[in-house]
Design a protein around this ligand. Structure first.
Ligand code: NAD
Ligand code: UD1
Length: 330
C-alpha cells in the first residue's frame, strides 16, 4: 500500500483528501501542527475510514522533525495542503504568511529532495489568476497581479515549483488551483472548522442558520453580474478530494509540472447561494448588503475541461447536493 503524506491533513481540504485516499487504497500519513485544526479530527477520520490514521504533530518548517518522519515511512507522494489561508490576516501580517506558506514549502521540498521523493501536489488557489481575464478561467491564463499577501504567497510558490520542474527533470509536480470548496463529508462528522476567524461565505451562512450570527453581510450589490452580487464556482469538498486522488493515480505517468483547475465550471451568485440554502434547509437567512470587500472580483468561474481530459475528473455534485450535506452539520 502506497504512503501518501498529507501536510495540513487535519485541515478542511486535507482531511477530506485523507478519506478519498483511503477509499482508493492509499495510506495517508498526516503532517500537521494543528495551528488551524483540532486533534480530535483524527478519531473522526478513523471512524469514517475504519482505518488507523497515522499522524504527526509537526510544523513543516521544522526540518529536523520532517527528516525523521521521512526516514521512518517510505513515501510515494506528498499532497501539500499546509498553509495559512485567511486573506485579511495576510494583509495584517504578511511576513508571517510568507514565512509559513513559502517557508514550509521550501523546507518540504528540501526534505523531499534529500529523500529522493519527487512527486508533489500543491494546494494553490483561483486567487492567482488576473481578474480581468476572459471567463471561464483556464490553466494557461495569465496569473500574478495578486491582491493580497495570501495570493502572492500562492503565486510565489507556483513560480518556485515551475523553476524546480524546469531545473530537475525528476520532479512530477501538480498544481491544483481550487475554486470555492464547500460542504463536508456526507456523515457530517468532519467539516470546515478553523481555529481562527471565519473568512468564507458558507461558514458564515452556517453560523446565521445556527443563530450564532444574526445576519449575513453580503459584500456588494453593484457588481456587473446577474443580480449584482459576486459570482463563484462552488465545488463540493468530496469532489475536490477525489480530484487529488485522481492526480495521485496519474502522477507517475508524466514528469514535469502540470496545472489543474478544480471547479464545476458553473457560477452562483451570493444571492443564489442564499436562496438555494433556504430552499434545501427550510431555514431563513437574514442578510444585509454592505460595501464591497477589498480584493474581491465580480466573477470567478473555471474551465474544468483539462482535469476531465487528463485526469478523467469531473465534479459529481452540484450546489443543492452540497447544501444537503451541509444540513448534517447544522
Ligand atoms: P485549513 O486551515 O483548514 O488547513 C490547513 C492545515 O494546515 C491546518 O490544519 C493547519 O493546522 C495546517 N498548517 C498550517 N501551517 C502549518 C505548518 N507550518 N506546519 C504544519 N501544518 C500547518 O485550510 P484548508 O481550507 O484545508 O486549505 C488547505 C490549503 O488549500 C491551504 O494551503 C489553502 O491556502 C489552500 N486553499 C484553500 C481554499 C479554501 O477555500 N479552503 C481555496 C484555495 C486554496
Ligand atoms: C476567498 C479568498 C481567496 C481564497 C479563498 C479560500 C478573498 C478576496 N478571496 O475566496 O483568496 O483562496 O477565499 O480561502 O478573500 N461573501 C459575502 N459575505 C461573506 C463572505 C463572502 O458576501 O460574509 C461573498 C464574497 O464577496 C464573494 C463570495 O461570497 O463574492 C464568496 O466569498 P468567499 O467564500 O470568501 O470566497 P472567495 O472570495 O471567492
Amino acid at each position: 500500500m502506497r504512503n501518501v503524506f498529507v501536510t495540513g491533513g487535519a485541515g478542511f481540504i486535507g482531511s477530506h483528501c485523507v478519506i478519498s485516499l483511503v477509499k482508493n487504497g492509499y495510506k495517508p500519513i498526516i503532517l500537521d501542527n494543528f495551528s488551524n485544526s483540532h486533534q480530535s479530527i483524527i478519531k473522526k477520520l478513523e471512524k469514517i475510514t475504519k482505518k488507523k490514521i497515522i499522524y504527526y504533530n509537526v510544523d513543516i518548517r521544522d526540518k529536523k522533525k520532517l527528516k525523521l518522519i521521512f526516514k521512518k515511512h517510505p513515501c510515494y507522494a506528498v499532497i501539500h495542503c499546509a498553509g495559512f489561508k485567511a486573506v485579511g490576516e495576510s494583509v495584517e501580517n504578511s511576513v508571517c504568511y510568507f514565512e509559513n506558506n513559502v517557508g514550509s514549502t521550501l523546507a518540504l521540498l528540501e526534505c523531499m529532495q534529500k529523500n529522493k521523493i519527487y512527486k508533489i501536489i500543491f494546494s494553490s488557489s483561483a486567487t492567482v489568476y488576473d481578474d480581468d481575464k476572459a471567463l471561464p478561467l483556464k490553466e494557461n491564463g495569465k496569473i500574478g497581479n495578486t491582491k493580497n499577501p495570501y495570493g502572492t504567497s500562492k503565486y510565489i510558490i507556483e513560480r518556485i515549483l515551475k523553476d524546480l520542474a524546469k531545473s530537475d527533470s525528476r520532479w512530477s509536480i501538480r498544481i491544483a488551483r481550487y475554486f470555492n470548496p464547500i460542504s463536508n463529508h456526507p456523515t457530517g462528522l468532519i467539516k470546515e472548522n478553523p481555529k481562527g476567524a471565519l473568512n468564507n461565505l458558507i461558514p458564515y451562512i452556517v453560523k446565521v442558520a445556527q443563530k450564532k450570527i444574526s445576519e449575513l453581510k453580503i459584500f456588494g450589490k453593484d457588481y456587473n453580474t446577474k443580480d449584482g452580487t459576486g459570482v463563484r464556482d462552488y465545488v463540493h469538498i468530496m469532489d475536490l478530494a477525489d480530484g487529488h486522488t485522481a492526480m495521485i493515480k496519474k502522477i507517475s505517468h508524466k514528469k514535469g509540472l502540470k496545472i489543474y483547475n478544480f471547479g464545476t465550471g458553473k457560477g452562483w451568485s451570493v444571492l443564489e447561494v442564499v436562496k438555494a440554502f433556504e430552499k434545501q434547509t427550510g431555514i431563513s437567512i437574514p442578510y444585509k448588503f454592505t460595501k464591497r470587500r477589498k480584493g474581491d472580483v465580480a466573477i470567478s468561474i473555471c474551465s474544468p475541461k483539462k482535469a476531465l481530459k487528463e485526469l478523467n475528473w469531473k465534479a459529481k455534485y452540484d450546489l443543492d447536493h452540497a447544501i444537503i450535506d451541509i444540513k448534517k452539520i447544522l
